[in-house]
Design a protein around this ligand. Structure first.
Ligand code: C5P
Length: 296
């Protein structure tokens, strides 16, 4: 594949619902989550090079430069190294590559971020190197990088159980126009999980049979994000963002992942776009993005 440049999208992951149903002996929590991916996200570029490199761009790129230069490196670099190892172990070539991350999503914000970038690295580099790896091996490699990486490899509507790695596709889920809003304050995922007082919530019940948006919206409205109470206790801005999203007309408002990004679901893309414009005008200090979840 030398001489070529390839682009891979890393869509924002949105937990439309997230129930914490238990905890494993190793401390990881058992989840039952309905997940969709936005049309908006980070973007990775892979180009043939004489030696490996990793470059950062985009609105939030500068926030990652210390991590990228630190001894632990960025998750993208770890994903590159793990994939190369897996391919070379099978006698497949995985030459030097220049990777550029256009970081459009806020960092540590509950919408994938690092996990989406790691997954896009695995997906994109496999294509770039022209390698062959079973989807099971790719998913196992992803899981070594983070519990959310296997679901981000899918980047389509799904239900995730286990610690996030047991995945069932939800092909009948409709697309949801939405607005993402974040106060631009990073949240530590382990910190939020540590603050959970109840770890044995009931799982998500029966899924809608049809693809009717109204049925899905009613179903989602009965669900929760169990990480929202501890995140709200830590960051009062989450309550304010939720109120604002409701005020600009969202039909359903909830936090994604461990926060602090909240989403509001709207009737159509025009309403979402108008609401995002109004919210950005009211709160220029927040990250506000209109988008639409991708179909199955
Ligand atoms: O797997 P990842 O590195 O993304 O997870 C970050 C942290 O979030 C874990 O170290 C753990 O503390 C917490 N976590 C959890 N249960 C999950 C996923 C993450 O407790 N299912």
């Amino acid at each position: 594949m030398s001489g070529e440049t390839m682009i891979e999208a890393a869509p924002a992951k949105i937990n439309l619902a997230l129930h914490v149903t238990g905890q494993r002996a190793d401390g990881y929590h058992l989840l039952d989550s309905i997940v969709a991916f936005a049309g908006h996200g980070d973007r990775l570029t892979f180009s043939a090079a004489e030696r490996d490199s990793f470059n950062l761009g985009g609105r939030f790129g500068p926030l990652l430069s210390a991590e990228a230069e630190g001894k632990d490196g960025n998750l993208i670099v770890k994903a590159r190294d793990l994939l190369r190892q897996a391919l070379e172990a099978g006698g497949q070539a995985a030459g030097p590559v220049a990777i550029t991350l256009e970081k459009n999503l806020p960092v540590a914000s509950g919408i994938g971020g690092g996990s989406a970038d790691a997954a896009a690295t695995l997906r994109g580099l496999l294509r770039f190197w022209g390698g062959t790896l079973s989807s099971d091996t790719l998913s196992t490699t992803g899981l070594k990088l983070g519990a959310d990486v296997p679901m981000c490899l899918e980047s389509r509507p799904l239900r995730a159980r286990g610690i996030g790695e047991q995945i069932d596709r939800l092909d009948t889920m409709p697309r949801f126009p939405l607005v993402l809003a974040n106060p631009l304050k990073a949240v530590s995922t382990p910190d939020i999980f540590r603050r959970l007082t109840h770890k044995d919530h009931p799982p998500i019940g029966t899924l809608p049979r049809s693809a009717a948006p109204s049925e899905w919206l009613a179903f989602l409205s009965r669900l929760r994000n169990d990480l929202e109470p501890p995140a709200r206790a830590l960051l009062p801005e989450i309550a304010e963002i939720s109120d604002q999203l409701r005020d600009v007309g969202a039909r359903l408002v909830r936090m994604s992942g461990s926060g602090a990004t909240c989403f509001g679901i709207f009737d159509d893309v025009e309403a979402a776009s108008a609401a995002a414009g109004e919210l950005a005008r009211r709160r220029p200090d927040w990250y506000v993005q209109a988008s639409e979840t991708q179909g199955g």
